[in-house]
Design a protein around this ligand. Structure first.
Ligand code: ZN
Length: 412
C-alpha cells in the first residue's frame, strides 16, 4: 500500500502528525532524517517521536551492532498499533471486517443481509459482527470506522442522499448511529467510490493519477479517481454512469423512468432477463457463468452485446476524463471475459486517438476484497492525516463521528 505524498507548506511547524506521515511514507527513517526534513530541533523531534511511540503508531528499532559508532535507530510505522472497522454493503452481499492500520484484513465475515430492511436492522447487526471480529481487542484499539453503501453519499456528513438499492436508507445520517457504540471517526462513502479507491491504492497509485473504475454487477456504477483523489461532483453523484442511455438499446424502460439506460440493458440483471427471454433457465449470475464457460452461443451473444453497449458509455467517459487506466470490476466483469473483450473493442474504436494512446483496460485485481480495502484506507488516510492526527491528539477523543473536522472537510 502506498501513502499519499501530500506536501505541507514549509511555513507551518511540523507536528506529530507530519512526523508520522514522514515515517509512514518511508521518507524519514531516523530521527536525524526528521530533523533535516522538518527543520525541527532535536528536542522537538524527540517530543514528537515519544508521542508517536506511546500512541503505538511507530516502532523504533534500537538494537543493532554496537561496534564503533552506534548506528542510528530506525523508525518504522506500526500497522499493528490499532485497528479500523470496515463494512462494504451491497445489494447481494455485505462484507464486514477488522483491518490493521495498513489496510490488511485481520478478520472478515461475509453476510447475506437484505439491506432493504433498513438501518434500524442492518446497523446493529454490523456493530455486533464487528464486536465478534474484534475478538477481545479493547475498544480503545479502534481508530475509526469506514463504510461503503450502495447510495449517493454526502461524504462530509456521511448522509445517504439517493439510495440506488436501499430506498429505506435515503437521508439517513449514518455516523452518529455508529459512534454511539464506537466513539471514533466514522466515514461513509458510495460503495463504488470506495472500491475504486481500494483498487487504485492497491495496484495503481504509484504509477498513475487518473483511473476510471466501472463496477458491473447486479447494477452498473463507476468511481472516478482524478489526480489521485475521488471525483465527487457537486452533490456526490459523480460516476453515476448507469443511467446514461445507449443507442439501439431496444427501448427498455429503466427503473429510473428513462429508456435504454446502460444499467437497464447491460447489467447483470439485464443479462439474466435477456437470457430468460431467449428461453435459457438462468436464475443467478453463477448460472450464466456456467453457460459462458460451456461456450453456449446464445449466452455469448447476449453477454457480448451487453459488453458493446457498456463499451459505448465507457468510451464517452474515456473521452471526457482521459484516464490512464479503466478497471472493470464487479461480479459480472470478473466472471465474463467476453464482456470485458467487447468493452475493450468498442472503447478503442470509439474513443479519440489521444485518449486511448496509452490507455489500459484491465480487470479488477483485488476482486471482491476491494470494498473492504477501500473502506479501511478511507479511514486510515483521514485519521492518520497530519492535520486530523494533530487535531485529534489535542482532544481527549476525536469528536469524529463524521462531524467533519476542518481537515476532513478539506479532503471531502
Ligand atoms: Zn435509468
Amino acid at each position: 500500500m502506498t501513502v499519499p505524498m501530500v506536501r505541507r507548506s514549509a511555513s507551518t511547524v511540523a507536528g506529530s502528525g507530519e512526523v508520522l506521515r514522514l515515517i509512514r511514507t518511508g521518507e524519514a527513517l531516523t530521527r536525524a532524517d526528521i530533523g533535516r526534513m522538518t527543520g525541527l530541533s532535536r528536542p522537538a523531534v524527540a517530543l514528537r517521536v515519544t508521542e508517536l511511540l506511546s500512541a503505538g503508531l511507530i516502532a523504533e528499532d534500537t538494537d543493532g551492532p554496537s561496534t564503533g559508532g552506534r548506528p542510528p535507530a530506525r523508525l518504522s510505522f506500526n500497522a499493528a498499533g490499532g485497528v479500523v472497522l470496515a463494512a462494504s454493503l451491497g445489494a447481494s452481499r455485505t462484507q464486514i471486517a477488522v483491518c490493521d492500520l495498513a489496510g490488511a484484513e485481520l478478520a472478515r465475515t461475509d453476510l447475506e443481509i437484505d439491506v432493504e430492511r433498513g438501518p434500524d436492522v442492518v446497523l446493529p447487526l454490523l456493530m455486533d459482527v464487528w464486536a465478534d471480529l474484534l475478538a477481545g481487542r479493547p475498544l480503545s484499539a479502534v481508530r475509526g470506522v469506514g463504510m461503503g453503501v450502495p447510495a449517493t453519499v454526502e461524504f462530509a456528513a456521511g448522509r445517504t442522499e439517493s439510495a440506488r438499492v436501499m430506498a429505506s436508507w435515503t437521508g439517513v445520517v449514518i455516523p452518529p448511529l455508529i459512534s454511539e457504540r464506537y466513539p471514533v471517526p466514522v466515514f461513509v462513502d458510495n460503495d463504488v467510490n470506495v472500491i475504486a479507491m481500494g483498487e487504485y491504492r492497491a495496484s495503481y497509485a504509484r504509477s498513475v493519477d487518473d483511473l476510471l473504475f466501472v463496477k458491473v454487477s447486479t447494477r452498473i456504477g463507476a468511481g472516478v479517481i482524478a489526480g489521485g483523489e475521488i471525483l465527487r461532483g457537486a452533490l456526490g453523484a459523480a460516476g453515476e454512469i448507469g443511467h446514461i442511455p445507449v443507442r439501439d438499446g431496444g427501448g427498455v424502460l429503466c427503473r429510473c423512468g428513462n429508456v435504454d439506460c446502460v444499467d437497464s440493458v447491460a447489467s447483470g440483471t439485464a443479462i439474466l432477463r435477456d437470457l430468460r427471454a431467449r428461453g435459457r433457465e438462468v436464475f443467478t449470475l453463477a448460472d450464466v457463468t456456467r453457460l459462458v464457460r460451456a461456450g453456449d452461443a446464445e449466452t455469448m451473444t447476449v453477454v457480448r452485446r451487453a459488453g458493446r453497449l457498456l463499451g459505448e458509455v465507457v468510451a464517452s467517459a474515456v473521452n471526457l476524463l482521459n484516464p490512464a487506466v479503466v478497471v472493470l470490476g464487479g461480479d459480472v466483469a470478473e466472471a465474463f471475459q467476453p464482456l470485458v473483450s467487447a468493452v475493450r473493442e468498442v472503447v478503442y474504436r470509439r474513443s479519440t486517438a489521444l485518449s486511448t494512446r496509452s490507455l489500459r483496460i484491465e480487470r479488477s485485481r483485488l476482486g471482491p476484497g476491494a470494498g473492504i480495502t477501500g473502506c479501511a484506507l478511507m479511514v486510515i488516510d483521514h485519521v492518520l492525516a497530519p492535520e486530523a492526527f494533530d487535531t485529534a491528539a489535542d482532544a481527549v477523543l476525536p469528536a469524529g463521528a463524521g462531524m467533519a473536522s476542518p481537515s476532513q472537510r478539506a479532503t471531502a
